[in-house]
Design a protein around this ligand. Structure first.
Ligand code: FE2
Length: 317
């Protein structure tokens, strides 16, 4: 393990009481920013952690994973053989991810099997269960605040014949790009009433209540940054004042133009664990008689904590 990198990661993990994500904490922000960007330069976002036959991370891989998450807010892994959902959850728990969100459409064990479902299946109305593209979003952006998704993991059991790749964007890097360019717009992105999601009501039954909240917020007690976002224009109402619209337009511009977008097409037995970064999915195609694309997904109310110590929970600050 590179001692300098290890030292830098430790520095990123070093929590103090002043979040670098608060606009008034300029000195803290500059220190955090410099360390994060330096780490990103030195590491490879596409590094794949090769799990052993038990699906475990060795001590050195834990250190590597910690660095990857510090730099990019995600880590890629590959299992030696096909993982069961239980093994997938056991791997997630090595990243400190335990409190599973059993979303609508999840299997009985709380893991969601993302695959194309037949028209008779009520999940067919939701894009993740079709072969259509998914534009930029963070998972569970529509959840009520007490069910915020702070991390999720994907595991590819079977990739599509064509397409099905993901695009990824570390929202902490997005924060940096905005703060460097237009810090006055960050307040708008952190306003509690910036986005409003109408309730999901079907057949007179409330599936989910109305939710509202900011795009960026600070993870309490962990010194990390949470993002809620969707580029879908439907079922979301954005605040309409000029400053909010300017801020949202800047987010859109960065996501369209940025060289920082990472493209990743998971191979069979590969997956990612991330702090609910921005992501999207290409459309995909399978052939009849083939097994079809199948991805396991687990969403968590926890952020990644590879140390196993809540006092040093932020792998990102
Ligand atoms: Fe997603």
């Amino acid at each position: 393990m590179n001692a300098t990198l290890d030292h830098m990661t430790a520095a990123l993990n070093d929590c103090d009481e002043n979040s670098p994500f608060l606009l008034e904490n300029e000195a803290e922000y500059q220190v955090w920013r410099a360390r994060k960007l330096e780490l990103r330069q030195q590491l490879d976002a596409n590094l794949v952690l090769q799990l052993d036959h038990t699906g475990g991370l060795s001590e050195s891989q834990r250190a590597q994973a910690r660095q990857q998450v510090s730099a990019f807010n995600f880590a890629i892994f590959q299992s030696a053989k096909e993982m069961s959902k239980l093994e997938f959850l056991a791997l997630n728990s090595q990243f400190g991810l335990q409190r599973l969100d059993s979303n609508l459409g999840a299997d009985i064990d709380g893991v969601t099997s993302l695959r194309v479902v037949g028209e008779a299946d009520e999940r067919a109305q939701y894009i993740p269960y079709t072969n259509r593209a998914l534009n930029w979003h963070t998972d569970g952006y529509y959840n009520e605040p007490d069910r915020s998704i702070d991390a999720f993991a994907l595991y590819c059991v079977n990739q599509a014949l064509r397409g099905g790749g993901n695009c990824l964007f570390d929202h902490e890097l997005l924060y940096i790009l905005i703060r460097d360019q237009a810090p006055e717009l960050l307040a708008a992105l952190m306003a509690e009433d910036l986005m409003r999601i109408p309730p999901n009501i079907q057949a007179n039954r409330v599936i989910r209540g109305e939710a509202s909240g900011p795009v960026f917020s600070i993870l309490s007690g962990q010194r990390g940054l949470r993002m809620r976002y969707t580029s879908r224009p439907r079922y979301i109402v954005w605040k309409s004042d000029k400053r909010s619209q300017q801020a949202l337009n800047l987010v859109r511009e960065i996501l369209v133009d940025s060289a920082a977008v990472i493209e990743l097409r998971l191979e069979n037995n590969q997956g990612i664990v991330c702090n609910n970064i921005l992501h999207g999915r290409q459309a995909f195609h399978d052939q009849a008689m083939q097994p079809g694309r199948l991805i396991y997904r687990a969403r968590f109310y926890d952020a990644i904590n590879i140390d196993g110590d809540p006092a040093t929970a932020s792998a990102r600050v």
